[in-house]
Design a binder for this molecule. Structure first.
Ligand code: XMP
Length: 415
């Protein structure tokens, strides 16, 4: 795709690479990130290069391009304002870039044309997760090829309260052609008796792949697979450290040996850019603002065995927590909030009767990219209300605790 003016960011493994790339794009100029060992650097047509971090190899490659170079090997010591100012001067004065990166109709039309040219009359298959990335990818692809796009949505029994109905309604409004696969019994049967977190993830991932294959077979095979890959996935994969942390996140992803061409309309976009494109495509705001949700669903939030009764209990408690957060107008200020059910029981009393109930833990976090996170400081009054409501309204829960751990050392999810 023609991005006109472009700034190349050479990544040497610095934590700040994505921040720099996003900032340049916020100025309205396209930025591309390449790791310093990439052979593509030599042929880059960028109007300027920022080196994120320090490396001799990166410097040599950057200066060989004969365009302006901005080495940023101590940006932490700059204030936000100083960093913004120096990037601004570099992008617009030194490199003389023009603001040509905007994600309006032009971008969408260009992408629609690319998809049409790539797939021709072939069918394309897509596993929708209910999340923002797969939905935006599907809507843009359906704009390009209409009913040649075959989506399916799997209910693995690990979705949130009322989620299957809500998600399917939205897909209907967006005129997507979606097959609903109710696989709750299959998943819960496969998971019976399993308590070990990695084993749960493995079972969920493998069964998902089996269902994917069944759906593809029903189509008589498919040449093309639509995936909601976004730019941070591309930047983080294959770059050692960061990539490894996220390697377990491809549950709901695909068999590695699948011989299909990939359609990834969002592969150059950051998350906020995906939301902007989604809004231009008419996807409802409340849907685009949904918190990230893991592929294995509440399976990684229900510690111990995944029985329907316990999952329903967790769903009810989680729904109360989210309802109160929304009522307080805090939902969009929080990166992710959810309840998790702990496999312990403690003593309590309800209506004067001794109870031996389960514990739900509440978690709300702030983050920019899910790689690190801090606890979101929710008002105690809200936490009090949620604790009271959960214990009163959800059978079997008699204790509510508040998780204040950051990432690291904890992860965002509990398993
Ligand atoms: P952790 O728990 O590793 O999570 O701190 C970081 C972010 O990733 C999400 N997450 C997943 N997303 N499949 C996904 O699509 C997964 O298996 C998965 N596990 C965690 C998590 O919700 C958080 O946003």
């Amino acid at each position: 795709m023609e991005h006109k003016d472009k700034i190349l960011i050479i990544d040497t493994g610095s934590q700040l690479t994505q921040l720099l790339a996003r900032k340049v794009r916020e100025f309205g100029v396209y930025s591309e990130v390449l790791f310093y060992d990439s052979t593509e650097i030599a042929t880059s047509d960028a109007k300027g290069v920022i080196i994120s971090g320090s490396s001799e190899e990166a410097s040599e490659k950057a200066f060989a391009l004969a365009v302006p170079v901005l080495p940023l090997d101590a940006p932490e010591s700059l204030s936000k304002e100083e960093l913004d100012a120096s990037l601004n001067v570099f992008v617009f004065e030194t490199c003389e870039c023009k603001k040509t990166w905007d994600l309006g109709e032009n971008w969408i039309n260009e992408e629609v044309a690319n998809i049409r040219a790539k797939v021709g009359n072939d069918p394309v298959i897509c596993a929708l997760s209910g999340g923002v990335d797969s939905t935006v990818s599907a809507v843009i692809t359906s704009r390009a090829i209409g009913k040649q796009l075959h989506c399916f949505f799997v209910n693995h029994g690990l979705l949130r309260k009322n989620e299957p109905e809500e998600v399917l309604n939205t897909y209907k409004e967006l005129d997507l052609q979606v097959t609903y696969v109710d696989a709750e019994d299959r998943f819960l049967t496969a998971l019976a008796g399993v308590t070990e977190p990695e084993k749960k993830r493995k079972i969920i991932g493998e069964l998902f792949i089996r269902i994917f294959e069944e759906q593809a077979a029903k189509l008589g095979g498919s040449h093309w697979l639509l995936q909601g890959t976004i730019y941070p996935d591309i930047i983080e994969s294959g770059h050692g450290g960061a990539g490894v942390i996220k390697s377990h996140h491809n549950v709901g992803g695909l068999p590695k040996d699948m011989k299909m061409g990939l359609i990834e309309p969002l592969r150059n976009l950051f998350k906020d850019e995906v939301r902007r494109v989604g809004a231009s495509l008419g996807i409802p705001k409340h849907f685009l603002e949904r918190h990230p949700f893991p592929g294995p669903g509440i399976g990684v939030r229900c510690l111990g065995e995944l029985k329907k009764e316990r999952l329903d209990r967790l769903r009810d408690a989680d729904a109360i927590f989210i309802e109160e957060i929304r009522k307080a107008g805090l939902y969009t200020k929080i990166w992710q909030a959810f309840g998790a059910l702990l496999p312990i029981r403690s003593v309590g009393a309800k209506d004067g009767i001794r109870q031996y109930g389960e514990t739900v833990v509440l978690r709300a976090i702030c983050s920019k990219d899910a790689m690190t996170a801090t606890s979101y400081h929710l008002p105690y009054e809200l936490l009090d209300t949620v604790a009271e409501r959960i214990c009163n309204e959800v059978e079997g829960i008699n204790r509510v605790v508040w998780d204040i751990t950051g990432k690291p050392p904890a992860t965002i999810e509990w398993e």
